[in-house]
Write a protein that binds this ligand. Structure first.
Ligand code: G6P
Length: 362
């Protein structure tokens, strides 16, 4: 049928969309550069961002996880405070807002009812909004004051992959553009870093066999799985766990390494798979300490680290990228591991039970 033609040689949209990520990175670089080849954002949007005293990122699901990474980038690079909120909570429990808030809605589809409900409220309050979406002309795009497009191409699989990395890339461009407008000097060239990331993504997409092996070894029969990380690795763990539960129905949770001992470690049994991310130098020792804690309780650890931080016990080492941008690459192995876990457990990868690609009810 028509979907077979669109999938080409791929058995599933999800795998095709994972593989498209390097191209999407390069397309984003193309689409967001000015005539001099410099990455840029509409100056009017940047004026709104730099005039705000606080940004409020509103999103659901995977887009919320991208927002968490975006907060880091905007706060560290542009020095603007950012709050990230789950839309369905924000709409019924609005926090005390700052004096000059600006709202950023992140939505792959641009149709998510929970996010739209908040947009309606914040518009009524007279606040400006930017929508970051993959779909031009979508409801959230039309109803916001400004739109930043993801240029990721149609995402068909229910589990979001290329939209997540595209969202982070666009947020990174926004963060550097705002920093530049504020006269904050950054010691790296984002365009060059995103180019490196596209290449590393390609290498990771070529590591499918290794990811399939990991999925078979750790996840073929398990009932649950934990993902642990610190700082941005923690945010990627939330996304890795969401991917795994969405499509394989394995009960999966992402935890901040240091928080484990405050309760969750009680769930570790003999053989419980624990996937740990170690891409951040300043917390490398502490996350490895957390791995030791779970191993002492019988866990089966799978450490995915970054080149330069690796040890002999690591299962997979990702080539090094800019330390603030590691989520763009560290998520790829987790997407692939979730894919192969679901595949080998006989699940419907592209259309998991109980889920919809865009949820248009609150
Ligand atoms: C649904 C999808 C998720 C997605 C979420 C937000 O629940 O199943 O994959 O992350 O909606 O979607 P959006 O289009 O707003 O990014």
């Amino acid at each position: 049928d028509a979907s077979d033609i669109e999938k080409g040689t791929y058995p599933h949209y999800m795998l095709k969309e994972i593989d498209e990520q390097p191209f999407v990175m390069r397309r984003i670089i193309q689409k967001y550069q000015d005539e001099n080849g410099q990455l840029t954002i509409d100056p009017e949007i940047i004026r709104e961002v730099t005039n705000a005293d606080r940004l409020y990122i509103i999103a659901c699901g995977t887009s919320y996880h991208a927002g968490l990474v975006g907060k880091q980038l905007i706060e560290k690079w542009a020095k603007i405070p950012v709050e990230v909120h789950v839309a369905s909570e924000f709409s019924y429990n609005m926090p005390l807002l700052s004096e000059r808030p600006l709202f950023i809605y992140i939505s792959q589809s641009g149709e998510t009812a929970d996010s739209r409900a908040v947009l309606v409220q914040t518009k009524e309050l007279g606040y400006k909004a930017i929508t970051i979406t993959n779909v031009p002309g979508s409801t959230l795009s039309r109803e916001a004051d400004y739109t930043l497009l993801l240029h990721a191409g149609p995402e068909i699989a229910v589990a979001s992959t290329k939209a997540y990395t595209a969202q982070i890339a666009v947020l990174a461009i926004l963060a550097t553009a705002a920093a530049k407008a504020k006269g904050i000097a950054l010691d790296f060239d984002l365009k060059k870093e995103l180019g490196i990331i596209a290449n590393v993504m390609e290498m990771l997409c070529d590591a499918k066999e290794e990811m399939e092996k990991i999925a078979l070894e750790y996840l073929s029969t398990t009932r649950n799985c934990f993902f642990i990380g610190r700082t941005v690795d923690y945010y990627v763990c939330l996304e890795g766990a969401l991917k795994l539960k969405e499509i394989s129905y394995i009960q999966a949770e992402g935890f901040a390494g240091g928080e484990l001992k405050h309760g969750t470690i009680a769930l570790i049994e003999n053989g419980t798979p624990v996937i740990a991310l170690a891409t951040q130098e300043h917390v490398n020792l502490s996350i490895r300490g957390n791995v030791k804690e779970v191993v002492a309780r019988g866990a089966n650890p799978c450490i995915i680290s970054m080149r330069g931080l690796e040890t002999d016990e690591d299962r997979y080492v990702i080539p090094a990228v800019h330390p603030m941008l590691t989520p763009l690459v560290s998520v790829v192995p987790l997407q692939l591991i979730a894919y192969y876990a679901a595949l080998h457990r006989g699940c419907d990868v592209d259309k998991p039970r109980n889920l919809a690609k865009s949820v248009t009810v609150e």
